[in-house]
Write a protein that binds this ligand. Structure first.
Ligand code: SF4
Ligand code: SF4
Length: 284
């Protein structure tokens, strides 16, 4: 876990259990204040990963024990072949969709349930919403996003899904209070939750110059996963397409080490636990 010759610690891939797939690097209909993506001025950039690249990665990782495939973006549901990619991935393992929920309505939730029923695996949703107070959440994510996400939650719950709400603790509030208040909001819309329905993460502040890096953590995404993007393989979603997280060009031959030198790594290490992957041990 630690390096004696470099100032920054090194993490080693222990097992490839989590396969992240970035469906698009720059397509998202929102512009959240805390987003770490540097968006181009032009909207609708054609940077979608190809279905063939996904097929190739699934073949190359066949001998790894993949417990979950995570579809990420920017906003993965903007991919024109989203449904085909989802079906392909569901042939292999559980699939977790990281989404801002703007593409989910009742019709889509019904359709996604049908897709899940065709498979022996599960679809898990991680939906972004940043505060239990509508004004505070919309201030970060944009007007109307709070209601949109809660509507998506309602639709998913109606069709038997059990979504996870992903909260970036932008205002640095007490996480326990955030959870309790969110539970009340969910209860009002008929969604009975427990602690596992919420993920509260540290806020990555692009402008912070905090350079203190700890060397202790419970688990990091780069220890159990890699992300496929249209440019190759990288250590984790934070470092997708960033030369500091480059692991290789394919899953045939990729690096199992990451130098934890980026400001993103400081946020992860402060968080102590993985920021993206699901801890399935809690559910067994
Ligand atoms: S929804 Fe996600 S990708 Fe889109 S702007 Fe917000 S944080 Fe960034
Ligand atoms: S950002 Fe986090 S998960 Fe990614 S390499 Fe750094 S410590 Fe690992």
């Amino acid at each position: 876990m630690k390096s004696s010759i470099c100032l920054a610690p090194i993490s080693h891939l222990k097992e490839l259990n989590n396969l992240f797939i970035e469906l698009t690097e720059k397509n998202c209909n929102l512009r959240c204040k805390h987003c770490y993506i540097n968006f181009p001025l032009k909207k609708n950039v054609k940077d979608f990963i190809t279905v063939d690249s996904v097929k190739k990665a699934l073949n190359e990782t066949i001998n790894h024990n993949i417990t979950c495939i995570y579809l990420t973006g920017a906003e993965p549901m903007t991919h024109p072949d989203f449904n085909s990619i989802l079906r392909l991935c569901l042939k292999r393992s559980n699939v977790c969709i990281f989404t801002n929920a703007s593409c989910i309505n009742e019709k889509k939730a019904r359709f996604l349930k049908r897709v899940e029923e065709e498979s022996s695996f599960e679809i898990i949703f991680k939906l972004s919403i940043d505060h239990y107070n509508e004004i505070k959440s919309d201030d970060i994510r944009g007007r109307g996003t709070y209601r949109q996400t809660l509507h998506a939650v309602k639709c998913l719950v109606k069709y038997g899904f059990n979504p996870i709400l992903c909260i970036t603790n932008y205002y640095k509030e007490d996480p326990q209070i955030l959870k309790e208040e969110f539970k009340k909001v969910c209860s009002k819309i008929g969604f009975e939750t427990n602690d596992d329905n919420f993920t509260i993460n540290e806020y990555f502040d692009k402008n912070s110059n905090d350079d203190i890096i700890d060397t202790e953590w419970d688990s990091l995404d780069c220890e159990y996963g890699r992300i496929l993007t249209s440019k190759g393989i990288y250590s984790c979603p934070f470092l997708a397409n960033d030369h500091r997280g480059r692991s290789g060009s394919s899953f045939i031959d990729f690096s199992d080490k990451t130098l934890l030198e980026s400001p993103f790594c400081r946020t992860c290490i402060k968080n102590k636990k993985s920021m993206f992957s699901i801890d399935f041990s809690k559910f067994t």
